[in-house]
Design a protein around this ligand. Structure first.
Ligand code: OOB
Length: 533
């Protein structure tokens, strides 16, 4: 068994002996009067945020929540999310970072896995309503003792504000900087959700190393348009990286390019993080929208492959650098730098943010491929996990005996040591940066009347990167895509997992060993779409 060289990480200064709650305290000490967060539900300075974190920590602790307890947090991009999460960090309770788009089916599965003592949510965000999820949880999970809403908008829930204990200090129950700080959602490859345990110190290092790569400083202003609970938004360098340098975090969610441009102009935003599908929209809209976005230093693009042609348009159209980002919630982050030439920015994902990241490209037997050739990228290092939360079976495959996490991505090194991600071996669909496990969609399809079998594949798509195509074998009552949508709605599936294309086949094409040939299904899906079927 591989032993994480904890002492070495501390001695070399990768792991600082501080919890994430203490990181914020440190920032508040240095940048007290500077603006920390601007959001629709409030604007706070560092000093205020630090105090609020303490006051809410005291309130949460008064409910009996303590170090090591899991708390499911599902909030949109608002100040209440930042306060709730940092209050939990302060008492050593572990937020499970659910995404606003996660629906009942995801949330109940997370509850069964992690047994949270509390759920912090809101009544609604955009068209999403959280009342039904609250109802489902209340009746089914005895360990879930407290349901808290940020605005008290759901009957029978505790309003978050009522937990504010003015002048409060969280009661002390000790926990360590090497303890788990938070649980991130993993992009799916299996039917059940996986949670990624990140320690206080490794997560802080992740944010620090990414922020150093991009030279963040106190005049930076970060616009969060992707869900704040995602690793990209939180720590690559994200909200936590911005806090470490005294910058300003501007939270917005679900906004179109016009609104984003207006915010950039108003708040003098210096950077943001986008998935390629969103970047593409920004590029289109900027052609005719003339807001002043000259304050932007750079845009990080990642989460799925960025088309080199699109990357080349960023500087001429948006007037700032692009940073190509390959990231994983499990750890490893690679980025280009601001000094890289255009060729490197457009065609590589840069290099790991830590000198201690050990990245290897290996063949099916786990042996290194010759330098420069493509292989599965595996990694170990100071901020990459040694396993998923409560998942021994998955972990026996996901992490090698010598401690390397298998990314499931195929990549190669360039002669300059840069990484080029060129494919994937894991069975996962990457739809506009959202990760979907085909098996999960298949399972729900098979419960539909009229469907006798289902196979789900990702198909290359100009707008989404990949779209979801559901192939079904049916009896005489073949459902339509509309039927599929209402079935998914009833099943509590997140909207981004709905198929974009539905196709019927009489029998599966099979591989030489008799498995459903998904490669052929993907080709057939593209052909049918092209034929206008
Ligand atoms: C980010 O994290 P996850 O955990 O949602 O997804 C990780 C996976 C990678 O294993 C890879 O398959 C894919 O997303 N991916 C890319 C990519 N960036 C991520 N595939 C191709 N090119 C890229 N540039 O997606 C994430 C976490 C932190 C920062 C940025 C992204």
């Amino acid at each position: 068994m591989y032993q994480v060289p904890e002492r070495e990480y501390v001695e070399k200064g990768y792991w600082l002996p501080r919890t994430l709650g203490e990181e914020l305290h440190e920032a508040a000490h240095k940048y007290a009067a500077r603006t920390a967060v601007v959001a629709s539900d409030g604007t706070v300075t560092y000093e205020e945020l630090d105090r609020l974190a303490d006051e809410y920590a005291a309130g949460l602790a008064s409910l009996g929540i303590e170090a090591g307890d899991r708390v499911l947090v599902q909030l949109p991009n608002k100040l209440s999310l930042i306060i709730a999460v940092f209050a939990l960090f302060r008492i050593g309770a572990i937020p499970i970072m659910a995404l606003p788009a996660s629906r009942q089916a995801d949330i109940t599965a997370l509850c069964s896995l992690a047994e949270p003592v509390a759920y912090i949510t809101t009544d609604r965000s955009g068209s999403l309503e959280y009342g039904p999820t609250v109802d489902a949880l209340k009746s089914n999970y005895s360990y879930l003792q407290h349901i808290i809403t940020d605005n008290g908008g759901i009957e029978g829930t505790i309003p978050l504000k009522s937990l504010r204990k003015r002048g409060g200090k969280p009661p002390f129950k000790s926990f360590s900087f090497t303890d788990t700080a938070l649980l991130l959602l993993s992009g799916g490859t299996t039917g059940t959700p996986k949670l990624i345990p990140r320690r206080h110190t490794d997560y802080a290092y992740n944010a620090r190393a990414a922020s150093e790569r991009l030279s963040l400083c106190e005049t930076d202003a970060y616009l969060v348009v992707l869900p704040a609970a995602h690793n990209f938004s939180l720590s690559a360098p994200g909200i936590i990286g911005t806090f470490m340098h005294g910058g300003k975090v501007v939270l917005a969610g679900n906004i179109g390019p016009e609104e984003a441009f207006a915010l950039i102009e108003r708040e003098r935003i210096t950077f943001t993080a986008l998935v390629p599908a969103l970047l593409n929209l920004w590029l289109e809209v900027k052609e005719w929208e003339d807001a002043d976005i000259s304050s932007l230093r750079f845009i990080e693009a990642g989460g799925s492959a960025v088309d080199p042609g699109m990357a080349a348009r960023v500087e001429p159209v948006l007037g700032c650098k692009m940073v190509n980002v390959f990231g994983t919630a499990e750890g490893l982050i690679c980025t280009t730098s601001l000094d890289d030439d255009e060729e490197t920015i457009c065609n590589t994902q840069g290099w790991p943010i830590s000198p201690a990241d050990e990245v290897r490209m290996v063949d099916e037997c786990g042996n290194d491929v010759p330098y420069g050739q493509a292989g599965e990228m595996i990694v170990r290092g100071p901020y990459t996990i040694q396993g998923y939360y409560r998942a021994p079976e998955v972990n026996s495959y996901a992490v090698t005996e010598d401690g390397y996490y298998r990314t499931g991505d195929v990549a190669r090194f360039t002669a300059e040591g840069r990484i080029v991600v060129c494919g994937r071996i894991k069975e996962q669909i990457n739809r506009a940066g959202e990760k979907i496990a085909p098996v999960e969609v298949e399972t729900v399809l098979r419960t539909m009347p009229g469907v006798t079998d289902a196979a789900v594949v990702g198909v290359e798509d100009a707008e989404l990167g990949e779209r979801i195509c559901a192939w079904i074998i049916t009896d005489e009552n073949a459902p339509s895509l509309t039927d599929v949508y209402s079935h998914f709605e009833k099943s509590g599936m997140a909207r981004f997992k709905y198929p974009d294309q539905l196709e019927v086949v009489e029998a599966w094409p099979v591989t030489s060993v008799g498995k459903v040939d998904k490669r052929i299904l993907a080709v057939m899906a593209a052909e049918r779409r092209a034929a206008g079927n």
